[in-house]
Design a binder for this molecule. Structure first.
Ligand SMILES: Cc1cc2nc3c(=O)[nH]c(=O)nc-3n(C[C@H](O)[C@H](O)[C@H](O)COP(=O)(O)OP(=O)(O)OC[C@H]3O[C@@H](n4cnc5c(N)ncnc54)[C@H](O)[C@@H]3O)c2cc1C
Length: 409
């Protein structure tokens, strides 16, 4: 059977893969043919209990793709961020840093959005746009020639394309088939994710409370009285916590809240996710570009993985569209180098920064404690530095691709 032919084949119909396919469809006005493969069965995904911190740049991209109106009513603007520290048993939460979370244009630098709503909105938009998404399909062989690629999928059809994109997550098959190596390690930490209701209003404030085992993040949800939690804990302790009955689990949460936000109630199930980190040694090789978690998996300490993935989407879309408009080969080394140069520094620096932050904060070494308190105290007194951090977290620094400014390339 002849291979099925597309201009671009994307492996992985997650957040990054579907956003890229939609961006290409809209920017090229249908002139490029795109297929998205995913190893999962349709509807097989387990419930995603997380809520994502989405930066202003990511919001602009979602607006440009028509996805934002579908989730806006459930997106809570983050008005301010409080970073606190102190020992678990201490009743006092020492504020290390607090800042207003608006960009220089007065828009919120980030929003909190339920992950499941974002996934639904991407899929609804993909369906309405008639995107080709092929489930239960996983690349098992890759052949690269000077004119294109051929992807053989285990037990099913073969695809040919000018360009392949690996967006198939941390254990990406297409990245591995393209010979791109990764470096990485696992953390002795697990994230516990759940939702709580609280008697006091959060007023849009997000809190990151640093404890010895890792950060305890309280992320405000719409309505004022609910928050999503990402509790990073030592893995052995996380296993114990996950087995607690609801009353004991609630008591453990109350101890970590330290009285802020009033009386707490559990408002949903809990989930646990072991944490690791990796970085691809390259973002492109032989007509395959790598985006999202396939390119890097970062610690969730600052809620940046998806934002980095959407920055990849924006830069790769613009690279492909500019190349196609010039009538050039979208998978040629020149295009791949441009994408790689655009995204390499930001991705690698962010992964290193998240890793460094986690190491600095997730322990009780007195010297490191003094260093982080001094560092944050200094930032608190230097408004210019805080503004820089807000702009950086908003994804609006450096050479910003058009989609992050809300425009199609
Ligand atoms: C606890 C936690 C909290 C987080 N909070 C935030 C946050 O607040 N803000 C933020 O920006 N980021 C956050 N992240 C990071 C975010 O979840 C990821 O960066 C994001 O999901 C990456 O999207 P992706 O599309 O690259 O990968 P995925 O979402 O992993 O999608 C990969 C897709 O590929 C498919 N697939 C997998 N293997 C194959 C294969 N071999 N062949 C074909 N298909 C395959 C999968 O079925 C899936 O559909 C958090 C992460 C964790 C763990």
């Amino acid at each position: 059977m002849l291979p099925e032919r597309f201009d671009i084949v994307i492996s992985g119909a997650g957040f990054a893969g579907v956003a890229l396919a939609l961006a290409l469809r809209q920017a090229a006005d249908g002139a490029l043919t795109v297929a998205v493969l995913d190893r999962a069965k349709p509807g097989a995904a387990t419930a995603d209990l997380r809520a994502f911190a989405i930066s202003a740049g990511s919001v602009h991209l979602l607006q440009a793709l028509g996805i934002w109106p579908l989730i806006e009513s459930e997106a809570q603007p983050v008005t301010a961020i409080n970073i606190t520290g102190g020992k678990l048993e201490s009743p006092i939460r020492q504020t290390l840093l607090s800042y207003d979370n608006h960009t220089e244009f007065g828009e919120p630098a980030s929003y909190i959005v339920p992950a499941a709503r974002l996934r639904d909105a991407l899929m609804v938009t993909a369906q309405a746009a008639g995107l080709v998404i092929i489930p239960e399909t996983m690349p098992s062989q890759l052949t690269v020639t000077s004119g294109g690629i051929e992807i053989v999928c285990a037990g099913c059809q073969t695809f040919s394309a000018q360009l392949g994109v690996a967006s198939d997550g941390r254990r990406s098959s297409l990245r591995d088939l393209a010979g791109i190596k990764t470096v990485g390690w696992t953390y002795p930490q697990t994230a516990i994710i759940t939702t709580v209701a609280h008697s006091e209003l959060h007023n849009g404030v997000a809190t990151q409370h640093f404890l010895e085992a890792g950060p305890f993040a309280i992320l405000p949800l719409t309505g004022g009285h609910r928050s999503s939690l990402v509790w990073t804990e030592a893995t052995a302790e996380a296993i114990r916590v996950m087995a607690l009955n609801d009353a004991d689990f609630l008591a453990a949460l109350e101890q970590r809240f330290g009285g802020i936000l009033g009386t707490l109630h559990l408002d949903g199930p809990r989930a646990a996710q072991p944490l690791d980190m990796h970085l691809s040694r390259s973002l492109a090789s032989g007509r395959v570009a790598v985006i999202g978690d396939a390119a890097r998996g970062v610690h969730p300490i600052a809620g940046q993985g998806l934002n980095l993935a959407l920055r990849d989407v924006a830069a790769l879309t613009e690279t492909i569209i500019d190349t196609a408009r010039l009538g050039l080969d979208i998978g040629a080394p020149e295009a791949m180098h441009r994408y790689e140069r655009w995204r390499r520094f930001d991705g690698a620096m962010s992964a290193a920064a998240m890793d460094g932050l986690n190491r600095l904060f997730s322990n009780d070494n007195p010297a490191l404690r003094a260093a982080r308190e001094a560092g944050l105290g200094l930032t608190d007194r230097l408004p210019g530095l805080k503004d820089f951090f807000v702009a950086e977290a908003a994804g609006l620094t450096g050479a910003v691709p058009k989609l992050l400014a809300g425009e199609l390339p």
